[in-house]
Write a protein that binds this ligand. Structure first.
Ligand code: AMP
Length: 397
């Protein structure tokens, strides 16, 4: 790795600002429903604490849009972390200001503190220099272990490093970068990308950048319907982003002209409503178009066969985004079949994005995936060849 790692830092007696990703899912009643993200940072935290560092941890949680919101407080994460580490974790009720600074200054060697949600301040996402300075002045060095936020240039992922003598990657960050670099800098071919999910708008840049790199890009999920409509197909009530039709049309034309393999579903599971009890039908969309009062909610069995056959031939596959509304059983087959196809791959499989990770777990094949990335958006941007601001900001080796 061209960037410094936490292994390269002298930690004894030093205050280290560690950007972690504790953006965990919470239930309605405010309990943590999945603590994977917290557990994944434990190696970095235990390593640093064991070497006598004084840790100031910071994270975002949810989208409080720049305002304090007790529903998105990290206080309960501090408690949970304390039980995982089996040592006290202090909690500062604001991430900057005199109180946070007092907490940071009072840390002894091998002690740690979690700051309140960074996004309670609009300055975090604005990457405000004064806010970055205030975060930075509490510490002697910086460690970023929040790969999932590395594609954002925020105060805690980028701005802060301007005020730090040295900035390094934590173990989780390092592992992500190693896997993703190894798999894709000179990927074993055939190299296939499988993309799904709801919104084309989220992924259009990624699709454009990935197309020349992969041997085939297979599309599923609601996203497919914007492309199908752009191609002139009838898509009924399927989720289509009307304002992205021109973009989709251009992309299809570019793919055709440059002979990129951009593949769309050849059949669909459709229903009148997005409802587990709705009556479903399967149509191919061409000889039998999607009727005007139906919507496409999953890829159909022929598409599953077609995509699975290509995945079976591949040596590298990256997957992000479900193939249908997999939360509802009648529309989950496409997504679960893709999870199984990836698991049978004799090569490298990389899965990113919360829904695809959930699908792989639901299909019971998580252990057979080469790398499950903690950052959906970050891994996609990395795979598409973009530089991640949170990685660029780290100190060169
Ligand atoms: P994203 O956040 O863009 O990755 O989208 C994930 C969501 O897309 C999931 O909640 C799926 O239920 C939803 N989704 C996938 N396929 C469809 C579809 N055909 N119609 C509506 N929603 C879909």
């Amino acid at each position: 790795m061209p960037k410094l790692s936490i292994r390269d830092l002298t930690l004894e007696g030093k205050r280290a600002f560690v950007r972690v990703d504790f953006n965990v899912p919470l239930s309605e009643s405010g309990t943590i429903t999945d603590d994977t993200r917290i557990r994944q940072t434990l190696p970095t935290l235990e390593y640093a604490l064991g070497r006598g560092a004084r840790l100031i941890l910071a994270s975002h949680l949810g989208r409080p849009k720049g305002n304090p919101n007790p529903k998105m407080s990290l206080a309960l994460v501090a408690k949970h972390l304390s039980s995982l580490l089996r040592r006290p974790v202090a909690f500062a009720p604001d991430c900057v200001g005199p109180e946070a600074e007092r907490y940071a200054a009072s840390l002894g060697n091998g002690e740690l503190l979690l700051l309140e949600n960074l996004r309670f301040h609009p300055d975090e996402e604005a990457n405000d220099p004064e806010f970055s300075r205030q975060l930075g002045q509490m510490a002697d060095c910086y460690v970023n272990d929040a790969f999932g936020s590395a594609h954002r240039a925020h105060a805690s992922t980028a701005g802060i490093t301007e005020f730090m003598p040295v900035s390094a990657a934590g173990f989780l960050m390092e592992k992500e970068l190693e896997y993703l670099t190894k798999a894709t800098s000179s990927p074993e071919r055939p190299y296939i990308a499988l993309l799904g999910g709801a919104k084309v708008s989220d992924k259009i840049a990624v699709i454009r950048n990935l197309l020349p790199l992969v041997d085939a890009l297979l599309i599923g999920g609601a996203m497919a319907y914007t492309f199908l409509r752009a191609r002139g197909d009838q898509t009924g009530k399927s989720l289509v982003e009307e304002d992205k039709l021109d973009l989709a049309k251009n992309l299809l034309a570019e793919a055709e002209q440059k002979k990129y393999r951009l593949q769309l579903p050849v059949d669909h599971v459709i229903a009148r409503k997005m409802d587990a009890a709705a009556e479903t039908r399967t149509v191919d969309g061409s000889s039998t178009p999607i009727p005007s009062d139906y919507m496409g909610l999953d890829i159909g069995p022929e598409t599953v066969k077609l995509y699975a056959a290509q995945i079976a031939q591949a040596k590298t596959v990256v997957w992000n985004g479900p193939m249908g509304v997999f939360e509802l059983e009648p529309f989950a087959q496409g997504t679960l079949s893709m999870a199984k196809a990836l698991a049978s791959l004799k090569g490298t499989s990389i899965v990113g994005g919360g829904d695809s990770i959930a699908a792989v777990a639901q299909a019971g094949v998580a252990e057979r995936i080469t790398h499950i990335s903690t950052g959906g958006g970050a891994s996609l941007e990395f795979l598409a060849g973009k530089k991640l601001p949170g990685v660029e900001a780290l100190t060169d080796k």
